[in-house]
Design a protein around this ligand. Structure first.
Ligand code: BGC
Length: 398
């Protein structure tokens, strides 16, 4: 009998979503009004079907769930609060709590209310002030239902995609702006960290950072620039960022392995092996999560994996992906890294942030649960891989 790889007692198991990607009917944010990008539209209509969706998650033995609040619903105009939407999220979070879920709530997951975007978004010095007001409102109205606060999702990816690459709204391409936005977001995180703790001194707050495993290619396929590039990126995403922020935990979103080869980050065909990829073309390389977790150990904070997952429309690779990444998480725990939870991305097939023109947003299937976007009923179907993950959650081990 192979040994069962047991996770620590109390380990949290679940999945994650974000409002704009699943809820449907969000019209008042910068993504919904962006002329260059396909809209989420009705998405999964999770706004109306959260009960069914959470019951599916419960049936799959999840004991934790991560979701985000849509700021543009709650504060549709500067300083005006929509009490009905607050009541909606009150129902959503109460339902999760009543059904035994530990809640991870993201305050900002890539989308901004239109009024905030029009005032210059995260480049505006007042952005931190606006985010503070929003957070205070959430703390007062929903704070008692929130176990883990994720202030901002991936400030590094947000700043990069929106202000350096120019792919996401507001489509800017400036290194200076990228840096300013990143700095403002970290500052906003610090300020709302204080607000959250003012209301709930013992609660847990952090942010989710997208951290890849970066390495240089083998000799002689690299230059000193590759070495510097890897050091710089790791320093920006980990060293610089965590030195400047207050955190009760590290939220790790992990998807990538990047090999820097003669100054280009690319996936090289190591040892002649064919590279196994997701539908997104991202390399499947489970060791990467182990390497990242070991790098994070020095921060001396509990770690929650707030996202990790695969786009796999045929569901051929997902079960192995989850198993193999979790096995590496297990090894990291054995090597002293304090990992306390794993949230698969995503519970549902959903709107996936477009990265090229013509992308509808619905081509990539990350879900444990398939959603039939061609049917009016948006029918849900639990994938086989979800059942494999359900056994892992139940056993608390592999
Ligand atoms: C984001 C998710 C996204 C996932 C897959 C993460 O960086 O937080 O919203 O769907 O990547 O692309």
């Amino acid at each position: 009998m192979p040994e069962i790889k047991k996770f620590p007692k109390g380990f949290l198991w679940g999945a994650a979503t974000s409002a704009y990607q699943v809820e449907g009917g969000i019209e008042n944010n910068d993504w919904a009004r962006d002329p260059l990008i396909a809209k989420a539209g009705p998405a999964c209509d999770h706004y109306h079907r959260y009960v069914d969706d959470f019951l599916i998650a419960k049936g799959l033995n999840h004991n934790a769930h991560r979701l985000s609040l849509e700021w543009s619903r709650i504060e549709p105009e500067k300083g005006r609060w929509n009490e009905q939407e607050l009541r909606h999220y009150h129902h959503v979070l109460s339902f999760l709590k009543e059904n035994g879920f530990v809640t991870f709530v993201t305050l900002h997951h890539f989308t901004n209310p239109l009024w905030f975007a029009k005032e210059g978004g995260w480049l505006n010095k007042n952005s931190t002030k606006y985010f503070e007001a929003f957070t205070s409102k959430i703390a007062q109205s929903l704070g008692h239902l929130i176990d883990f606060w994720i202030t901002i999702n991936e400030p590094n990816v947000y700043a990069d995609m929106c202000y350096r690459a120019g792919i996401w709204p507001p489509h800017k391409r400036s290194l200076l702006k990228t840096y300013r936005v990143y700095r403002n977001m970290l500052e906003a995180h610090n300020r709302v960290y204080e607000i959250i703790h003012k209301y709930y001194p013992k609660t847990q707050a952090g942010f989710a950072q997208n951290i890849a495993f970066n390495e240089v290619d083998g000799w002689p396929n690299f230059s000193m620039w590759d070495v510097y590039a890897v050091r710089f990126i790791d320093w920006m995403t980990i060293g610089f960022t965590y030195q400047r922020t207050k955190n009760d935990f590290v939220g790790l979103n992990h998807y990538f392995h990047k090999v820097f080869s003669l100054s280009k980050s690319k996936v090289v065909n190591r040892e002649g092996k064919a590279i196994n990829r997701t539908d997104k073309g991202w390399e499947i390389y489970p060791l990467a999560i182990y390497k990242v977790l070991l790098k994070l150990k020095k921060l001396d904070l509990p770690i929650y994996i707030t996202e990790n997952g695969i786009a796999d429309s045929q569901d051929l690779k997902r079960a192995d992906y989850i198993h193999d990444y979790l096995e590496q998480v297990y090894f990291a725990i054995r090597h002293g890294v304090d990992v306390k939870g794993y949230l698969y991305w995503s519970l549902l097939d959903n709107y996936e942030w477009p990265v090229k023109s013509g992308d509808t947003g619905y081509g990539y299937k990350f879900g444990l649960v398939e959603v039939d976007f061609n049917s009016k009923a948006l029918t849900r179907r639990v994938r086989e891989s979800a059942k494999v993950y359900a056994r892992i959650c139940k056993e608390n081990g592999l």
